[in-house]
Design a protein around this ligand. Structure first.
Ligand code: PMV
Length: 345
């Protein structure tokens, strides 16, 4: 029997009305080997593979309500209508509706428990949660790889947030993108690394990753070399994760993050995601490592710094980063689970 929820309610309420509803949660992920560049912008097919970790502390909770009274899909993000994300969400929902044989429009109520579009992977957790909730609301049972494919259409990195722990996104070769999906590499519990995120600015970033990737591919003289080199870094990171070799993972992850930012800086006009506090954090992480603390950094398309460390050193890393002038907040997290359903009614 399908119990139903009112579309006007808050995400955590539940009162019967006339639609099928599902709520899912997905967690943000940070790439250790970075994705930067698309081979097809429409389908979000990457030019390079990538490897990431999923975080427990940063997540999106999304409720999808099938509502025959709606004329078009509506996306409410943290209580506000979000037209930019709505367009992408609609395209993703169209694919799922077609596969599931469903015609109803959807109301999407989505909440992030962390700053949106500030380099904290909110689009990754957002689209992974959307696809997981939408397939459940439509009663369409799909394998994780299919959900990963649909999530990728919303945001390339979202394909990885379908999985927990460590996961790898394949570049794929097919034009339709059915092989551009993520797969799990290692469970969170198997190698319980921790992450300290230093927030250096809460406002939304200036240049989106999509725009930044496009500009980089079109204008950087180093783009082809970046694409060519990526497989080597993927091999190194995969081996480091399989062997749980922290130093090897630190080495390849920092190299990948700095290469991605160096590449982005070489676009015209150059993309500068770091602010002075970002740089101060990177230096501090390197100092800590030189003193013997197992920690390394990564940075995405924003000014926040993510320091990955062994569990016993989380407190020390967190204290060191919070003491840096300009760091407004520090968030610590263990590795997180796969995208999952919270409720289906
Ligand atoms: O999935 P997008 O479009 O948000 O791009 C993600 C880009 C980076 O975060 C910078 C790198 C990555 O692999 O997540």
């Amino acid at each position: 029997m399908i119990r139903v929820l009112s579309s006007a309610m808050s995400i955590h309420d539940s009162k019967p009305t006339d639609a099928a509803v599902a709520t899912a949660r997905a967690h943000a992920n940070f790439a250790l080997v970075k994705y930067w560049g698309k081979r097809n912008s429409e389908l979000n097919l990457p030019d390079v593979g990538s490897i990431s970790i999923t975080l427990d502390a940063l997540h999106t909770t999304t409720r999808v309500t099938l509502d025959q009274n709606l004329q078009r899909d509506e996306l409410w993000l943290n209580g506000q209508r979000s037209p930019a994300a709505e367009l992408r969400a609609r395209q993703v929902l169209d694919r799922i509706r077609e596969a599931a044989g469903v015609s109803s429009c959807c109301r999407i109520d989505s909440e992030n428990n962390f700053p949106t579009a500030a380099g904290l992977a909110s689009s990754a957790s957002g689209f992974a949660a959307l696809v997981t909730a939408a397939t459940a609301a439509m009663r369409y049972d799909t394998p994780e790889s299919k959900r990963s494919e649909w999530a990728r259409m919303g945001s390339g990195s979202a394909a990885r947030s379908i999985f927990g722990g460590f996961s790898e996104m394949a570049k794929g070769r097919l034009d339709d993108g059915t092989d551009s999906v993520a797969r799990p590499l290692l469970d969170a519990a198997a190698w319980p690394l921790e992450v300290v995120v230093a927030i250096t600015r809460r406002e939304q970033k200036g240049v989106s990753s999509t725009e930044g990737m496009l500009r980089t591919a079109q204008t950087s003289p180093f783009y082809k070399a970046w694409v060519k080199h990526q497989d080597q870094d993927l091999d190194l990171a995969r081996d480091a994760i399989a062997a749980q070799d922290f130093d090897a993972l630190a080495d390849v992850a920092e190299a990948s993050a700095l290469s991605m930012h160096g590449l982005a800086m070489s676009a015209r006009p150059g993309l500068l995601y770091f602010n002075p506090t970002t740089l101060a954090c990177l230096h501090r992480v390197r100092e800590l490592r030189a003193e013997g603390t197992p920690v390394f950094f990564t940075v995405d398309a924003g000014p926040q710094v993510k320091a990955i460390c062994m569990p016993d050193h989380r407190h020390q890393v967190s204290t060191a980063l919070s003491e840096i002038s300009g760091v407004t907040e520090v968030i610590s997290s263990v590795l997180g689970p796969a995208a999952h359903l919270i409720d289906t009614v």
